[in-house]
Design a protein around this ligand. Structure first.
Ligand SMILES: *Cc1c(COP(=O)(O)O)cnc(C)c1O
Length: 361
């Protein structure tokens, strides 16, 4: 194969081509060591530099103050669903969740399993999670307010984050971390599985504020305590060294090639508006998410019937366009436009969609 695919996969997803080329170039002889990154000790000074560089870049990109820690934890975003209530519930106090789809529901379930006083203060389930709720009241007593910033499956995204009214926010940002600048100060914790916007799968980036660490109960298993990860600089046991290395390269690309999150957001907006513009003027493509809640990262749409949808997906692949099949739970189509998806790929997709519509009506 001599040609790269136009990759709209939902996750694991596209990585920036310059990052893949750098990995390839240096793989057999990492920094003159005569070994690959996967063959060196996680306790070596070479790996120390790798992890410090990745953390430093995350700090700069998100403008994190000294009171925030950047951690790498295995188990993906899904392990965070249980670690959060386990570590951060204040004794005798409720936890608040806003439910905007499957990932929120999974997070809620893990808090319920632990017998926490879970209060779902808003849900968009009444209209199949096609929108972001705006009507909710946060418990003054709540330990935290958890929400999913971007709903990867149905294609909705919080434009403006919920107001915790002093209650620390916790967000699953798996599918939109580093896609736009954010003000982290209302957040006690932000987490993201790496395989959408950060790098290879197998690790989550967790950004946690110092004061939250004081809540961690002494009697948790060692591996499940945020304090263990913090005290050991994410090196309590052998971490996914390759994934952390690749995340560092992606963040370097974001900082140096793209020029930061403001510029990344501008590009992401342009990409999303190219596809939404087409959908809004189309006879055959119908957006799934409600207008005001649409995601910049995951554009979801349906065609008039499943037969046409199937033809659409098959012809797309023949044109070198991959990953457009919607999540099995809702069907339809989805184009994931994560940071690494180029505007050229998006233009190719839009041209294909326009051509398909002309051939179909
Ligand atoms: C993909 C995804 C997850 C699951 O991530 P894992 O790393 O597979 O556990 C959780 N939340 C959101 C919003 C996602 O997009």
């Amino acid at each position: 194969m001599d040609k790269r695919a136009h990759n709209f996969n939902a996750g694991p997803a596209a990585l920036p081509l310059p990052v893949l080329e750098e990995i390839k170039e240096n793989f057999l002889n990492f920094h003159g060591s005569g070994m690959s990154i996967t063959e060196i000790s996680h306790r070596s000074s070479l790996f120390d530099e790798v992890i410090d560089d990745a953390i430093g870049r995350a700090r700069r990109l998100l403008n994190l103050g000294d009171d925030y820690h950047v951690l790498f934890i295995q188990g993906g975003a899904s392990l965070q669903f249980c670690m959060i209530p386990m570590n951060l519930t204040l004794p005798g106090r409720p936890v608040n969740y806003i439910s905007t789809g499957i990932w929120s529901i999974k997070a809620i379930k893990e808090a319920e399993i632990q017998g926490k006083d879970v209060r779902v203060i808003a849900t968009s389930e009444d209209r199949d999670f096609s929108y972001i709720p705006t009507d909710y009241t946060v418990d003054k007593q709540a330990s935290y307010l958890h929400f999913t910033s971007n709903n990867t499956i149905v294609g909705t995204q919080w434009g403006q984050f919920p107001d915790g009214r002093g209650v620390p926010l916790i967000s699953d940002m798996s599918s939109d971390i580093m896609s736009r600048p954010i003000d982290v100060r209302p957040f006690g914790l932000i987490y993201a599985g790496a395989q959408k916007n950060l790098g290879p799968s197998g690790v989550a980036m967790v950004i946690i504020r110092e004061d939250m660490l004081k809540r961690v109960p002494d009697d948790l298993p060692t591996m499940l305590k945020y304090t263990t990860v913090r005290d050991n600089k994410s090196l309590f046991n052998t971490p996914p060294t390759f994934a952390i290395y690749a995340i560092g390269l992606v963040l370097a690309w974001l900082e140096e090639t793209i020029g930061g999150l403001k510029e990344m957001e501008r590009i992401n907006k342009e990409k999303a508006s190219l596809i939404y513009g087409l959908i809004d003027n189309s006879e055959i493509y119908h957006g799934i998410a409600e207008l005001k809640s649409r995601s910049m990262m995951n554009v979801t749409f349906r065609l008039p019937d499943e037969r046409l949808e199937q033809r659409f997906l098959t012809e797309a692949i023949k044109s070198g366009i991959h990953g457009l099949k919607g999540h099995r739970s809702i069907g339809g189509c989805r184009a994931s436009l994560y940071n690494a998806v180029t505007i050229d790929s998006v233009r190719t997709l839009v041209e294909f969609m326009r051509g398909f519509e002309e051939r179909s009506v």
